[in-house]
Each structure stands twice: as structure tokens, then as C-alpha cells.
Design a protein. Structure first.
Length: 196
């Protein structure tokens, strides 16, 4: 009877630890997604609508310089702005002409959300991604690596907001063994995965 209680107690503790571990991992992922809300990129197509204003409903493409144009608002930069921030900026500018404008901004197509995979992969190229993609997922999208790939010398090239480039090392062999999982980072817009 004592053995049965001990086993039951041990099982309850183990289950609780597993639940906490899964719950903690979900919180971390959720936290990452919330903190890094999608920022509009050149090439994205946005749908902008002002409620009860017939002439103020348009699809606009974000220009290469990061700007968009909209009636009564004119041209303004959307660089490093989320959809909500763009909505607020348009509403503020329209408030000079319309009392309490109700603005909706939605992403029609996220054509500017691109990552690149080059080198010794089966399908090198530019990939438009509509969700958060990590290095392993990008390699999978590129059809995997060729037999000649130097799998432990992969690098991710990333530019910061000032244009400075950094190289992030990625060792596929470690992940294959279940080690150093932290290096399977989420890719950002414009990242280039280089497989030598």
C-alpha cells in the first residue's frame, strides 16, 4: 500500500512538472510572438478602409522606400510600423478633415516578408513567409541540403536597422543530435541562410 502511494505521488509530481514545462514553453512562444508584432515591409499590400467614407477605401502597396500614399493623408513612411500604428497615424491625419474617423488597416498580402536560402540546398531562392519561420523550417522549404553541403558551417546573415550586417553561426549537426537547440533561431525579414 505504501509503495502504491509513493508511485502515485511520484506520478503526480512528474505529470505536474511536464505540464509546467509545456505551459512554460507555450508562454515563451506566445511572448515572442506578441513582442515581435509584424512590422510592415516594402512589397506588402495593405487594405485601408475608413468607415462610412466611400472614397477612402483602397489597397496600397508599400513602396521600396517604406512609404505609402492615401487620400487626404498624403505620403508617409510605414517603416518599422505595425498595422495598428499605421491605423493610428492615418486616423490622426484624417481627423483634420473628418471627425472621429474609424480606420481599418489590414494586411492583404505579405509579399515583403521574405527570407533567402542560398548555397548547397536543393531549391535555393527567395521565400515569402506568412508566419514565424526558424532556420530548420527555412532549410526544409529550400528542399533540404545537397550531399555536398557543409552542414556545420551554415551562417545566417542579418542586417540591423542601421544596415550593419552580422553573421550568426548555425551547426546543423548539433540540432540533428538534439543539442544546442537555442541556435535554431526565428528568422527575421531579409535574413539570408547561407549553406556552404
Amino acid at each position: 500500500m505504501i509503495k502504491l502511494r509513493a508511485i502515485t505521488c511520484l506520478l503526480a509530481i512528474t505529470t505536474g512538472m511536464m505540464f509546467f514545462s509545456i505551459s512554460y514553453a507555450e508562454e515563451k512562444i506566445e511572448s515572442y510572438i506578441v513582442k515581435s508584432s509584424y512590422k510592415v515591409n516594402p512589397g506588402d499590400i495593405l487594405e485601408i478602409n475608413v468607415w462610412k467614407e466611400e472614397g477612402l477605401h483602397q489597397e496600397v502597396m508599400v513602396r521600396p522606400d517604406g512609404g505609402i500614399s492615401f487620400p487626404l493623408v498624403g505620403s508617409f513612411s510605414t517603416q518599422n510600423l505595425t498595422l495598428d500604428e499605421i491605423k493610428k497615424a492615418i486616423a490622426e491625419k484624417l481627423s483634420h478633415y473628418i471627425s472621429d474617423p474609424e480606420v481599418t488597416v489590414s494586411a492583404k498580402q505579405l509579399l515583403g516578408n521574405k527570407v533567402y536560402v542560398i548555397g548547397q540546398v536543393n531549391k535555393p531562392g527567395e521565400y515569402i513567409v506568412n508566419s514565424y519561420v526558424d532556420v530548420m523550417q527555412a532549410l526544409s522549404m529550400a528542399g533540404g541540403m545537397t550531399p555536398y553541403a557543409s552542414v556545420n558551417n551554415i551562417i545566417i546573415l542579418r542586417r540591423d536597422v542601421n544596415g550593419k550586417q552580422q553573421a550568426i553561426k548555425f551547426e546543423y549537426g548539433d540540432l540533428e543530435d538534439g543539442d544546442n537547440l537555442h541556435q535554431n533561431i526565428m528568422l527575421q525579414v531579409g535574413d539570408v541562410v547561407v549553406v556552404p
